[in-house]
Design a protein. Structure first.
Length: 277
């Protein structure tokens, strides 16, 4: 049977061979890229634990929508990714709930845009904690179970900023470069245990995080928001198009499939040619 990506219309489950019935945690999945990945995994037949902040009513509506649409078990954790014990507890709770954590997607992230000389120390600490350290704590808690079962998939959502830099984003760029080093290290440690560890490096995706950056970048550079979109964000992407959450979700499902079993320690750019320049 050939592997195929989960690309069915919304509400239709496409069971991906080897994935149906497995269980995943996707951090930062109440909106944006994380929600796109969670939905793609659910469509492929994977049980999913959502995580992130948001309005309780809206989060519950999202959970019920995914569970109903794709006939999988969808749970939610409000664990704070800046608190190591809560990160580890989220993994332990998911293991108790599902019986296993087969797939771990470290996607939670925040951003702050400011010149280095005025960059708030508290913002630096928060970005490093959520964008980098949380992934370490989650992997530390999840890898032993994956080794015991002889199978696991870890996907770290890095960024094109894990491969190149932009001004005024010192914490974010540092965290995402660190994420790639962490990805490679854990990939080597787990290579003989049926576990793959890879990083997806998106360019600009029109998510709430990116939308928030637009006025911040406009202030930092002294230009209009329209100029930020045209001359800063999409200027970096030769396609001049935002990456979509659906594209990131489809790649995540592929990386979880048996067809991707020999891909590990990789940083996969999805950025419209940005880092080819």
């Amino acid at each position: 049977m050939h592997e195929r990506l989960a690309t069915a219309p919304a509400g239709e489950t496409v069971s991906t061979p080897g994935l149906a019935g497995k269980s995943a945690i996707v951090t930062g999945s109440t909106s944006g890229i994380g929600l796109g990945i969670a939905e793609a995994l659910a469509r492929a037949g994977v049980n999913v634990r959502l995580n992130g902040f948001g309005n309780d009513v809206e989060v519950e509506a999202t959970r019920v929508r995914l569970e109903t649409a794709f006939a999988v078990d969808v749970a939610y954790s409000g664990a704070d990714m800046s608190v190591p014990d809560e990160v580890a507890g989220m993994v332990e709770d998911a293991h108790r709930h599902f019986g296993a954590v087969d797939v771990l997607v470290n996607n939670a992230g925040i951003q702050h845009v400011e010149a280095i000389e005025t960059f708030p120390v508290a913002k630096w600490d928060a970005v490093i904690a959520i964008d980098l350290s949380a992934a370490f704590h989650a992997m530390r808690a999840a890898v032993a179970g994956m080794k015991a079962r002889g199978w696991g998939r870890i996907i770290n959502v890095a960024s094109a900023h894990g491969l190149v830099a932009s001004p005024f984003k010192s914490a974010y760029v540092a965290a995402k470069h660190g994420m790639l080093g962490l990805t490679k290290t854990v990939a080597l440690e787990t290579a003989e245990h049926g576990i793959t560890v890879n990083a997806i490096c998106p360019g600009y995706v029109l998510t709430p995080l990116v939308e928030k950056q637009i006025p911040e970048t406009a202030r930092a550079r002294g230009i209009s928001e329209e100029e930020v979109i045209r001359d800063v964000l999409l200027h970096a992407q030769p396609t001049r198009k935002f990456v979509t959450t659906e594209q990131i979700g489809a790649l995540a499902v592929f990386l979880c499939s048996d067809a991707a079993a020999s891909i590990t320690g990789a940083a996969l750019p999805v950025e419209g040619g940005w880092t080819a320049q």
